[in-house]
Write a protein that binds this ligand. Sequence first.
Ligand SMILES: *[C@@H]1O[C@H](CO)[C@@H](O)[C@H](O)[C@H]1NC(C)=O
Ligand SMILES: *[C@@H]1O[C@H](CO)[C@@H](O)[C@H](O)[C@H]1NC(C)=O
Ligand SMILES: *[C@@H]1O[C@H](CO)[C@@H](O)[C@H](O)[C@H]1NC(C)=O
Ligand SMILES: *[C@@H]1O[C@H](CO)[C@@H](O)[C@H](O)[C@H]1NC(C)=O
Ligand SMILES: *[C@@H]1O[C@H](CO)[C@@H](O)[C@H](O)[C@H]1NC(C)=O
Ligand SMILES: *[C@@H]1O[C@H](CO)[C@@H](O)[C@H](O)[C@H]1NC(C)=O
Length: 502
Amino acid sequence: MHFSSWSLSFFFVIFHSFSYVSLQANKPNVLLIIADDGGFEMGAYLNKICQTPNLDQLAKNSLIFNKAFTSVSSCSPSRSAILTGAPSHQNGMYGLHQGVHHFDSFNTIQSLPKILSNHKIKTGIIGKKHVGPESTYPFDYAQTEENNSILQVGRNITHIKLLTREFLNSTNQNPFFLYVAFHDPHRCGHTNPEYGAFCQKFGNGEAGMGLIPDWQPIHYQWDEITPPYYIPDTEPARRDIAAQYITMSRLDQGVGLILKELKDYLNNTLIIFSSDNGIPFPNGRTNLYDSGIAEPMFISSPYHKKRRNQITNSLASLLDIVPTILDWFGISNQNLTGKSLLPLLTKEPSDKSKEAIFASHNLHEITMYYPMRMIRTQRYKLIHNLNYLSPFPIDQDLYLSATFQDLLNRTKSGQPNYWFKTLKSYYFRPEWELYDLKLDPAELNNLASKTSMVDVLEDLKTRLFEWQKSTQDPWLCAPHAVLEDQGDFKDKIACLGLDNGV
Ligand SMILES: *[C@@H]1O[C@H](CO)[C@@H](O)[C@H](O)[C@H]1NC(C)=O
Ligand SMILES: *[C@@H]1O[C@H](CO)[C@@H](O)[C@H](O)[C@H]1NC(C)=O
Ligand SMILES: *[C@@H]1O[C@H](CO)[C@@H](O)[C@H](O)[C@H]1NC(C)=O
Ligand SMILES: *[C@@H]1O[C@H](CO)[C@@H](O)[C@H](O)[C@H]1NC(C)=O
Ligand SMILES: *[C@@H]1O[C@H](CO)[C@@H](O)[C@H](O)[C@H]1NC(C)=O
Ligand SMILES: *[C@@H]1O[C@H](CO)[C@@H](O)[C@H](O)[C@H]1NC(C)=O
């Protein structure tokens, strides 16, 4: 017994030091690809209509995550969490970064571009940055919306290909971290309606649309599409989805072009593909329901071939991306609540019953204050709606979408809405929502007030509170108490009650 466990750890040490040496010798790199508001519209996730051969091929060379989730379903907050490993309430990006929204992460927060630069790794970003300030996210190479048209750096796949080539040429054989942030398949009906609801006409070669030379547009019939359970099954919604699919296929071809540019680097490059938040449809983006936070995720490593084309059901968070990349580069990870996902590339955990992921939402647009906190285990989800007396807010681009307009019209005129909820129940939510995801994956049957669920509820509340504490959540005591953590309370922080329970 003693002998065999000793020899096992001996082999482990040998193997470990070998893999470290060879990683160093081969200058390990990372390619992180993030879709913008992208979901599961791809063959790898069993969508039979949307054509994504390049993503499907990447999936075949990857571990495919079935249960990966963002920590917040909103663009800048999610991207800040992807790049810092800290949830938005901890890194300061409480809502969208650009324009009137004006949110920024703290100057003191660590981020991948800062940490990796300190380790002589060349960092680059192509596409949608949407986080700031520059001092917190200082990439060595940056072609982003800050000084380019977002359509060129985020949707023109020929342009993105050429920028990728330029970046690789600028690395001078140094190890690199390249973050390609597509703007597809984001909506564009409220900023560039001339190109269609998802900019699906941009660069298609028709009059006034310009040409993206490397793109072969794929068109979809709206009546062939079956919307996912959380989108109304109406003609306007199906047409919306058909337009979104065109841009998902454009992103797919873009991924193919990038991988071709990287062909000489692929045998020492870790590739992570995911998306920032849920798709821009009702019950999707800005929600902490699974339809708002579940993300596609593939991780492909040249050093971990064992589980390629396998599926993991372990719970992963986009907060795990920083710990994963630091682990890959052999850099120690201080203070983050996430975990490296690299061990999953070797082995599926035998016991997943204790796993949990967390989320925290504060705002999307500046007017959309709707703070929520959430814990999700394999079986249950608990959402705490801190602002539960307010109606749930709707964002500008979703509001103008044909899907939402149709839903609103049907609601106002009392027609059937072909949706799985009413708008009223969507707007007005109770303070606590508890769902049994095994029996109720659509999260419709709130169990929070069931006496049989008291133990589950209390356990989840405690774990959520502990996570909020460990991530220094300013909303720790909201909405029924005030957090005191300074002066007399510096060493014994307290939630002091308000007597405002309803
Ligand atoms: C954008 O800014 C970066 C420096 O941050 C620079 O390297 C790049 O050339 C600029 N791109 C354009 C199109 O001006
Ligand atoms: C790479 O950069 C060098 C200069 O640093 C330049 O001469 C060369 O043309 C570049 N190659 C490509 C493919 O961009
Ligand atoms: C896309 O980028 C290529 C290369 O920069 C350019 O030639 C082409 O005109 C661009 N297409 C559009 C629609 O802007
Ligand atoms: C990776 O590919 C390069 C270029 O093809 C080759 O020189 C190198 O030996 C390969 N490394 C490994 C670990 O296969
Ligand atoms: C880690 O967290 C502790 C307490 O939350 C904090 O005091 C410390 O400064 C943090 N360290 C780093 C390196 O961020
Ligand atoms: C909704 O109703 C308005 C006003 O009647 C109308 O202009 C609009 O076309 C309708 N939209 C949809 C998607 O049905």
